[in-house]
Write a protein that binds this ligand. Structure first.
Ligand code: ATP
Length: 199
């Protein structure tokens, strides 16, 4: 599995559509300070479902949308498309090439798709969760992040290990199931009250 292409449209400093082809192995992005190298890395994290504006070096999520320059008007939406080569079947999906995309409008909300079919964020997270490219993005090591891992608390360190071991996905499923059970109990007690009233 390797990252094959990355397309940015209206994402951060990339007002015009930029298409990048990547090869297996090491890719280096070089350029002057402020030219958008880190924005490319932010785009990778964002398309894979990153939810924290701070992790994308912004104040709010809308900061990922091209904000305009002296010569260019701001845009109303940001879009990133990432194609992953899956010929080795590392992703649990029956396609040798998988394209995930995320679009966000200034009015808010993100739309996700896998190979052009609209999906939920959860589907993207589950698709990537066993590859190490899951929710916590340990494959993307930002500046200062190594320090954060070294000085992590025991609980945080456990979460890193759980994600690496593929446990996180099941923990999230368990949490969702417990939440549903909780809601069910509330509804049941409401039904009980109504039944008592009627009786
Ligand atoms: P360095 O080498 O200094 O780390 P870099 O090449 O990694 O720099 P980035 O941090 O990726 O550069 O890009 C910073 C540039 O992106 C700044 O010029 C900033 O104004 C621009 N930028 C960030 N968000 C937006 C946005 N929403 N709209 C327009 N431009 C943006």
């Amino acid at each position: 599995m390797y990252l094959k292409t990355l397309t940015l449209k209206g994402f951060k400093s990339f007002a015009n559509t930029v298409h990048m082809s990547l090869e297996p192995g090491v890719t280096c992005v070089v350029g002057p300070n402020g030219s958008g190298k880190s924005n490319v890395v932010d785009a990778l994290a964002w398309v894979m479902g990153e939810q924290g504006a701070k992790n994308l070096r912004g104040g709010s999520m809308a900061d990922v949308i091209f904000a305009g320059t002296k010569t260019k008007a701001p845009l109303g939406r940001a879009e990133v498309e990432l194609t992953i080569d899956n010929t080795d079947g590392a992703l649990p999906i029956e396609y040798s090439e998988v394209t995930i995309s995320r679009t966000m409008f200034r009015s808010g909300g993100s739309e996700y798709a896998i190979n052009g079919t609209p999906v939920r964020l959860l589907d993207i997270q589950e698709l990537l969760s066993d590859t190490g490219m899951g929710r916590q993005m340990h494959v993307i090591v930002g500046q200062g992040q190594l320090d954060a891992i070294l000085s992590a608390s025991e609980t945080e360190r456990r979460a890193f290990i759980e994600e690496a071991a593929g446990v996180l996905k099941h923990r999230q499923r368990k949490d969702r199931a417990l939440k549903k059970l909780e809601n069910l109990a509330v509804n049941l007690s409401r039904v009980q009250d109504l039944t008592n009233d009627v009786g």
